[in-house]
Design a protein around this ligand. Structure first.
Ligand SMILES: Cc1cc2nc3c(=O)[nH]c(=O)nc-3n(C[C@H](O)[C@H](O)[C@H](O)COP(=O)(O)OP(=O)(O)OC[C@H]3O[C@@H](n4cnc5c(N)ncnc54)[C@H](O)[C@@H]3O)c2cc1C
Length: 400
């Protein structure tokens, strides 16, 4: 259900030369959809995530098909003036990857599935929704609906990485605490080159009391490059009202006016939430990624945090399965990951949104001043990026 998590577990076990110990084991991924979802969602991979993916030998592929984005910017949208720019290069003594890579989520999922094929004990099943889970005490059983008949699979542990609407979380009766924003987010993808025309960096946030926005460049499937522009919608607006050609063109023209229409190659609209599961583990069942926590995408932290969940859970589970640690250590997953998500991901993404949509002129100016000062002071600049990139959260955590 969560390709990256299974991949991590596979990799940890087999890379550690422990193949024989678990020779009878099998690892299954069950995915409802028929294929990887290629909707424009996550694109930003932060330094600690790149380090983790580098441990799996994936970094070269990611860099080859992604875009290096060492800096990110804050703009004042009404005046179209750059307020501050931050450079991950300042983290060169903190990480082997002092940069961000813009790499679309569907490319990462596809890459991981491809690599999983090398592990003979793994099995990735599409069109296979998990419909029921039974914790048997010493094992866990999942029921999967297939086109012909229901299938039952029994294993030692189950990871529910089935997204914000998680069937696993609901089946375990775990509350998803938090709230949903009244407005939705619109994502428009265009070929227009905002870097060339306006000096916009590959990751840029635009504060505006009326309509904040954000711009991200991705390589795109053909490597030609595309820009994703994110805007809030007015609560209550229908999909048609938001997504129709006239409305989307008007939105981009208001953002950066230009002669001739924008070439819009994709339009999408999302509901946005800030929610954290009341617990990340119940018996033999774990939650990882969006099934455990969801947040607004400003800051690009959701998928990154999900990958961190997966890697840390994989390390714990493999140690337990290999008999290196007692099963009671599995409790550390919830004890560490849940507060980590609240402290770093929830708090930061809520603050990012608040800063972009701030309406009070004095508070806006004070925010800008803080950003300017932070960017100009090397110590504050580094501290800011340590936090926003999640490096601080990863380093703070001693285990598991
Ligand atoms: C516009 C936008 C931009 C974003 N940008 C960033 C970014 O730059 N960086 C970042 O870190 N994050 C970003 N995010 C967040 C990121 O996309 C999510 O955090 C990420 O998709 C979570 O991955 P996941 O695998 O946990 O859940 P999902 O991507 O939701 O995947 C869950 C999978 O489980 C499957 N499934 C559901 N139910 C079942 C079932 N019963 N049985 C089997 N399979 C099932 C679904 O079909 C789906 O494929 C962004 C999100 C949006 C909307």
């Amino acid at each position: 259900m969560f390709h990256e998590s299974l991949f991590s577990i596979e990799w940890t076990l087999f890379d550690g030369g422990a193949c024989g110990v678990i020779s009878d084991a099998a690892w299954w991924v069950f995915e409802t959809a028929g294929q990887v979802n290629d909707a424009p969602r996550a694109s930003t991979l932060h330094p600690p995530t790149l380090e983790m993916l580098s441990d799996f030998g994936l970094l070269d592929d990611i860099i080859a098909r992604g875009l290096l984005a060492p800096t990110f910017q804050f703009w004042d949208r009404p005046t179209r003036k750059l307020v501050a720019e931050f450079d991950h290069g300042i983290l060169k003594h903190d990480t082997d990857c002092p940069f961000v890579v813009q790499y679309e989520q569907h490319k990462l999922a596809t890459l991981c599935i491809e690599r999983l094929k090398a592990f003979r004990h793994s099995e990735v099943n599409f069109q296979s929704p998990v419909t029921a889970i039974t914790d048997l005490g010493d094992a866990v059983e999942a029921t999967i609906e297939t086109s012909s008949a229901n299938r039952s699979v029994r294993g030692a542990f189950l990871i529910g990485a089935d997204g914000g609407r998680s069937t696993v979380r609901k089946a375990m009766g775990i509350h998803f605490e938090g709230y949903t924003f009244p407005e939705r987010f619109l994502v428009l993808t265009t070929r227009f080159d905002f870097a060339q025309a306006h000096g916009v960096g590959f990751r840029a946030y635009f504060s505006d009391p009326d309509e904040w926005s954000a711009l991200f460049k991705v390589a795109g499937s053909d490597g030609r490059g595309a820009w994703r522009a994110v805007f809030p919608t007015v609560p209550g607006q229908s999909d048609e009202e938001v997504l129709n050609e006239e409305a989307t063109e008007a939105r981009l023209q208001k953002f950066f006016p230009k002669s001739g229409p924008y070439e819009i190659i994709h339009r999408n609209i999302y509901s946005v939430h800030q929610r954290v599961a009341a617990r990340f583990q119940k018996g033999r069942v774990f939650l990882a990624g969006d099934s455990a926590h969801v947040n607004n995408p400003l800051g690009g932290l959701g998928l990154n945090c999900g990958i961190h969940d997966a890697v840390q859970l994989a390390n714990l589970l493999s140690s337990v399965l290999l008999g290196k640690r007692p099963e009671s250590d599995l409790l550390q997953y919830d004890a560490i990951r849940r507060p980590m998500n609240i402290e770093y991901v929830q708090q930061q993404t809520i603050a990012n949104k608040k800063r972009l949509e701030e309406k009070d002129p004095a508070t806006r100016e004070a925010n800008f001043e803080t950003l300017r000062k932070t960017s100009k002071d090397p110590v504050a600049h580094r501290a800011f990026l340590m936090r926003t990139s999640l490096l601080e959260s990863v380093q703070k955590q001693s285990g598991p």
